[in-house]
Design a protein around this ligand. Structure first.
Ligand code: AMP
Length: 484
């Protein structure tokens, strides 16, 4: 039976409340199929396109199913990239917020010790990239004994990146008594064989959007020589005058080059590529998501899975050399039922790549004449006007959820033998507070963080100025919310 409404599923109030606050009105197609299947503990293979709501399709039932009282991880989500791991972590955090689901992200080029410390605390869901997950498993810092749900997201990309063996290593460490969900935009023989070996009579779900990425996005191309590309980019951006735009290049050197040029022309822009520090990459993605600048110059690190709404234009400054990459890149625009626009620059010796893409998407990208001088000149005034206006800052997903939650810092932790029960005991003794109003509690060595839900943060904050916790008055302060 196809359900139409989130209320039709057997979801708890905490999960429904979060869905509602994220403003998800109705389940998307993939959610309609995947949510009930996972709730019924079925293995599933999901072939679905980017931007279809696939992440929430598995995070919603996972958050529903995990047992809050169990301290060891119960769900493991494996993703090909760190960026996607972080994004999935945020989604789990948002959906599981009122159930107080604790989620950790494990990925390379980031402190192992910090992740290890996090894993020592209650953790319901772990999201990570294969290499770092294996590191933690082998060093005994990730306990897999209670993992009942395994999600392999973007399996085709795992294959491209040579991670399939690592996925098998991970699977072999898990209990056979588990639910496995595998998601992939494309299904190759290798993926099918992985599914046959490790899944129990899986249900296959293929979501064919009526409007495929390719149909939803208006695609055009220009023939250009390498030395004219920059000038064409300039003209196109003037004519198109997008609110937000990603410019994809094939190498980090090219990203640097294009970024330098655009900066010198006073574009509000930034860059992202694999050679940058993880922290910087995240911060660039965050600012782009919030709309602090309009032009992001990027390599393919920004193409997969990364969820940014309302990108009006994607420009392939370099045509991608892999056809799948084309679809992922242009899929950054036209998210969830929106129209998008993508423009590709093609040089004369790149017709091989172009033909390959045409075969893959099943149609020809429209060839356009470059805009003439007069058109460009006519558009200049509006372009400069936009260049000089500060972009409107967008509300970040989950902000609405954060607004009614205040995180408090208490100046005492494990070293003073603070336990969750001490915190809960004190808080429940404050007039007007119940256990339902207490969110995630994290106890570190000398500090404790506790989330207060339902707009009761101020009340608790004031009460704790005079109320002792575990026999002593503690220093309590509000944390400026930033969970990344
Ligand atoms: P994904 O395909 O997982 O990358 O999701 C694409 C975007 O759709 C994300 O911004 C989600 O937050 C959003 N989304 C997911 N489910 C829904 C829904 N049921 N209604 C509206 N937006 C949704």
């Amino acid at each position: 039976m196809i359900k139409e409404n989130f209320n039709d599923y057997k979801l708890s109030n905490e999960i429904l409340k979060a869905i509602n606050m994220l403003n998800f009105k109705n389940p998307t197609k993939v959610q309609k199929k995947v949510i009930p299947a996972v709730l019924n503990q079925k293995d599933i293979i999901v072939k679905s396109q980017t931007g279809s709501g696939k992440t929430a399709a598995y995070t919603i039932p996972i958050c529903e199913l995990v047992d809050w009282c169990e301290n060891k991880p119960q769900a493991l989500v494996v993703t090909p990239t760190r960026e996607l791991a972080i994004q999935v972590k945020e989604d789990v955090f948002n959906i599981g917020r009122f159930k107080r689901i604790k989620v950790s992200a494990l990925y390379g080029k980031s402190s192992f010790a910090k992740q290890e410390k996090e894993l020592k605390q209650k953790t319901h869901v772990v999201v990570g990239t294969p290499g770092r997950i294996i590191d933690h498993v082998q060093r005994g810092t990730l306990d897999t004994s209670k993992i009942k749900y395994l999600i392999v997201d973007e399996a085709d990309e795992m294959l491209n990146m040579g991670f399939i063996e690592q996925i098998e290593t991970i699977i072999n460490r898990l209990s056979k008594d588990r639910v496995t969900v595998l998601l992939s935009a494309t299904m190759s023989k290798d993926i099918e064989s992985l599914c046959t070996r490790y899944m129990k009579t899986p249900i296959s779900i293929e979501i064919k959007e009526q409007n495929s990425v390719s149909d939803r996005i208006c695609q055009e191309r220009y023939t250009v020589s390498n030395k004219d590309k920059m000038e064409l980019l300039r003209d196109i951006t003037i004519v198109e005058n997008p609110d937000s735009c990603i410019i994809f290049c094939n190498t980090k050197q090219k990203v640097e080059e294009v970024y330098d040029k655009l900066s010198s022309l006073k574009y509000t822009c930034n860059k992202i590529h694999g050679g940058m520090e993880q922290r910087d990459r995240l911060s660039v993605m965050d600012s782009f998501r919030q709309g602090y600048f309009r032009y992001l110059v990027a390599t393919d690190v920004a193409a997969r899975g990364i969820d940014i709404d309302n990108i009006s234009l994607v420009i392939n400054y370099d045509i991608p050399q892999e056809r799948e990459s084309y679809v992922h890149r242009i899929g950054r625009t036209g998210r969830i039922r929106k129209k998008g626009r993508a423009i590709t620059f093609v040089t004369q010796n790149e017709s091989k790549f172009l033909n390959d893409i045409h075969k893959y998407i099943g149609k020809e990208i429209l060839l356009k004449e470059r805009p003439d001088k007069e058109t460009v000149n006519n558009c200049k005034e509006k372009f400069i006007e936009k260049l000089n206006t500060t972009p409107k800052i967008k509300e970040v997903k989950g902000d609405k959820l954060s607004k009614e939650i205040i995180k408090l810092h208490i100046n005492a932790g494990k070293k003073t033998k603070m336990r969750p029960v001490d915190i809960v005991g004190t808080l429940c003794n404050i007039k007007g507070m119940t256990a339902e109003d207490i969110g995630i509690i994290s106890i570190l060595d000398i500090s404790t963080f506790v989330e207060i839900l339902n707009n009761k943060g101020q009340l608790v904050y004031e009460a704790l100025q005079t109320k002792p916790i575990k026999g002593r008055l503690r220093k309590v302060s509000k944390v400026i919310y930033n969970d990344k």
